[in-house]
Write a protein that binds this ligand. Structure first.
Ligand SMILES: [Fe+2]
Ligand SMILES: [Fe+2]
Ligand SMILES: [Fe+2]
Length: 418
């Protein structure tokens, strides 16, 4: 196994961006639309390939910090300073070394140009890509994909022109005004945008090493978990519990790493669920629950287009965590003959973590309660009895390990959002 070429990073971030809802349906596709706009504008402005690459990565991730605060208001109000979500997004990304150039672009993506003053923020210089991203972001937020796009073009341009050069750069606006009709048509065509962005990415070697893949998965686990204060450390707990359980089964290290990685990504599909639902206090309506149920379906289909062998098992382990051995789970209704050992590990790890972790509205359950629930699920044929026994035999070591790392992550989360 070549550890230097582990996962295709561009495919992964493209696929996540494609499925992601920032806040709700109204801004579905936002990351992809912004990336496509920056690509077309950067080409017209004759940016170098390396700048285009950084800009695309930054565009596909620019509002990730929004997940941590889930503020619809902050996204939709037209703010021209560097807002909290931009800071959070940049800080999250800075921790991981795969795209160092993208972080500063994200940090300043709401900064006004102010007739040139926006070249700096305090002592720090602001990348010109930030300003282009800012303009593209506003274009995306003004687009109504239900009505004819060419009818909207003048309105959008006029709006931006009134704010140039106070908010936007003359040069960037000029490039937008010169954009051909096909740009506008593609802007409301997610399939075309995805193909063109993927084509652009084939220019760059998109594979990252095993270590970087783990970092990327951890980075995404934060974005997933931080979307809701109720589950701010859940994926981390699941990843570590699943790894511990697989270790008890005597798996080789290589597979343990893949299991941990799958744990970080198991709820990836929650990025496709509106955050109001994930954050809803009190019980969910039937229809809201139905929507939540789609998250493992999305986990599967976000990972599915990434056609490397490695992803196949990770995708299965991650997306099968709400299946049941008797076929009563979701989304595929798989039964025991179709549920591999790795999937069974994840099913147990997910339940154990969900029951034991503290939530803002309740403490984690006691050992006795957890034991009863897991035994009931195993006895009724939902989850693997042998796996449950293995975990319960060594309950304290599982619970101690899980609570310690989740507590640390909780502190990190509080620091970030407060
Ligand atoms: Fe933003
Ligand atoms: Fe945005
Ligand atoms: Fe889940």
């Amino acid at each position: 196994m070549n550890h230097n070429k582990y996962l295709p990073i561009h495919k992964l971030i493209m696929s996540v961006a494609h499925a992601t809802k920032i806040v709700d349906q109204a801004v579905f596709n936002h990351h992809q639309q912004v990336a496509y706009t920056t690509l077309r504008l950067a080409r017209k402005l004759e940016y170098q390939d390396s700048s285009i690459h950084n800009l695309l990565v930054a565009s596909l991730l620019h509002d990730i910090g929004m997940f941590a605060i889930a503020s619809k208001i902050e996204l939709l109000k037209f703010e021209y300073r560097h807002t909290k979500h931009a800071d959070i997004g940049a800080s999250l990304l800075e921790k991981y070394p795969f795209f160092p150039e993208a972080a500063p672009i994200i940090r300043y993506h709401h900064l006004a140009w102010q007739d040139g003053e926006g070249e700096f923020h305090g002592e720090r210089s602001v990348p010109e890509e930030s300003h282009l991203l800012h303009l593209s972001d506003r274009v995306s937020l003004m687009v109504d994909d239900k009505s004819n796009i060419l009818d909207q073009k003048n309105n959008i341009i006029n709006y931006l022109e009134e704010r140039t050069p106070t908010v936007f750069k003359q040069k960037d606006l000029k490039a937008l005004k010169a954009m051909e009709d096909d740009f506008w048509f593609s802007l409301v065509n997610p399939v075309v945008m995805r193909i063109e962005l993927e084509d652009e990415f084939t220019k760059y070697d998109g594979f990252i090493s095993k270590k970087q893949s783990m970092d990327l998965a951890k980075f995404y686990s934060k974005i997933i978990d931080y979307r809701s204060k109720f589950t701010s450390t859940h994926s981390l707990g699941v990843a570590k519990t699943a790894r511990h359980l697989a270790n008890k089964l005597g798996w080789p290290k290589e597979d343990l790493d893949d299991m941990e990685l799958a744990g970080y990504l198991h709820d990836l599909g929650k990025l496709a669920i509106p955050s109001d639902i994930l954050n809803k206090k009190g019980s969910l309506s039937e229809s809201e629950y139905n929507l939540i149920k789609s998250h493992t379906y999305h986990t599967y289909h976000i990972l599915h287009p990434i056609k490397v062998k490695k992803i196949n098992k990770i995708k299965r382990w991650a997306a099968n965590h709400h299946e049941h051995l008797d076929g009563s789970g979701y989304p595929f209704g798989l039964s025991s003959d179709k549920l591999c050992t790795g999937s069974r590990v994840m099913m147990v790890a997910d339940k154990f973590t969900a029951l034991t972790e503290d939530r803002p509205y309740r403490k984690g359950m006691s050992q006795k309660q957890v034991t009863n629930i897991l035994n009931d699920l195993a006895d009724s044929g939902k989850i693997d009895k042998g796996m449950v026994n293995l975990l319960l035999e060594d309950y304290n070591s599982f619970d101690h390990m899980r609570s310690e790392i989740q507590n640390n992550r909780e502190k990190e989360y509080s620091k970030l959002v407060n």
